[in-house]
Design a protein around this ligand. Structure first.
Ligand SMILES: Nc1ncnc2c1ncn2[C@@H]1O[C@H](COP(=O)(O)OP(=O)(O)OP(=O)(O)O)[C@@H](O)[C@H]1O
Ligand SMILES: [Mg+2]
Length: 309
């Protein structure tokens, strides 16, 4: 697991007054949100409900949480999920070494009751992302990334946190949230999540963007790329996505391809350039063959048509 606490610019939090405010704020943080994304983010902020974001790989699920943190000037606390993730890595863990040292340091003859009271205090607790998020003094954005990689037992564990914003620690009592985090859960839809979890969340399905939005995103990430090349790039990516592939190219791959074309100083996405660089957007051998045949031919035909006219 990777539990990451990164601090973004600590601005004063602005409460968004409208969906438009959120869209604008996210754009200011480098994220171009579609209508549904801006609306669900606005509702999450105003209703204080977690959001479950589902969709194919590389469409901006994780980045949405990062952008919200930047926009709100909040710290991002991230829990990266994996198979077998448990309480000790997600919620909290007792610092056994420190407890042991404390026991050893106690004067001989100190009663067990006194020692026990001592070693199960807050000082001996190691906070993991979920506890960190709810006990933070300033509200944070909590990203529970790739929740579909965990099992249903872990989902059950999350329910207490997501509905009551509290964590029960048997030896210490209940830790209630000091501040309310904005919570985003992401899933690549590799398994169906439980109804109980879904009930507690707002839902956002993120799909591949429209041509216009993808062009905006590509231009945002590679402003130096020639506009015509960027336009052609998103058109070709859309063509590739129409094919029945194992793994269609995502926004992440469009951006990588744009960077590649910029670096190579490409001025037109012709058949040759496409065949040379298509492995940036297509990453399965079988897919490469299909794409080379279908899209490569289309590009050649397009060039022949243009030459004839
Ligand atoms: N709406 C957007 N505006 C700006 N950049 C975007 C947008 N959507 C995606 N991106 C960019 O696309 C890339 C991939 O996004 P991200 O890592 O969030 O995808 P993901 O859906 O979490 O993928 P995975 O399921 O593989 O984890 C990032 O570099 C991100 O900046
Ligand atoms: Mg992600």
């Amino acid at each position: 697991m990777r539990a990451e606490c990164s601090s973004y610019a600590q601005g004063v939090e602005r409460a968004p007054a409208s969906v438009g405010d959120v869209a604008e704020g996210l754009a200011g943080a480098g994220y171009l949100a579609g209508g549904a994304t801006a609306l669900v983010s606005y509702l999450a902020l105003r209703l204080g409900k977690p959001v479950l974001v589902e969709g194919p790989a590389g469409v901006g699920k994780t980045e949405l949480a990062k952008a919200l943190a930047r926009f709100l000037g909040r710290e991002l606390v991230r829990l990266q999920c994996y198979e077998g993730l448990d309480e000790a890595k997600a919620l909290y863990e007792w610092n056994y070494r420190k407890q042991l040292l404390r026991i050893q340091a106690e004067a001989a003859g100190t009663g067990w009751d006194a020692v026990q009271d001592d070693i199960f205090g807050r000082e001996f607790l190691l906070s993991r992302p979920l506890l960190t998020a709810i006990s933070a003094e300033r509200p944070v954005v909590l990203l529970i990334d790739e929740i579909d990689k965990t099992d249903q037992e872990f989902e059950a564990l999350l329910l207490e946190v997501l509905s009551d914003f509290q964590i029960s620690i048997p030896e210490l009592g209940t830790v209630t949230a000091q501040t309310r985090p904005v919570v985003l859960l992401t899933s690549n839809n590799t398994r169906e999540l439980t109804e109980a979890l879904k009930r507690r969340c707002l839902y956002l399905w993120l799909d591949y963007p429209s041509l216009e939005r993808e062009l905006e995103i590509v231009r945002l990430h590679t402003p130096d790329l020639h506009e015509q090349v960027a336009q052609r790039l998103v058109e070709v990516v859309a063509l590739v996505r129409e094919l029945d592939l194992k793994k269609p190219p995502s926004i992440a791959e469009s951006i990588d391809w744009a960077r590649t074309l910029l670096l190579l100083g490409v001025e037109d996405v012709d058949r040759e350039t496409f065949l040379e660089t298509m492995s940036v957007i297509v990453k399965h051998r079988a897919d490469l063959e299909v794409v080379a045949a279908r899209v490569g031919v289309k590009l050649a035909a397009g060039a022949a048509g243009a030459a004839a006219s």
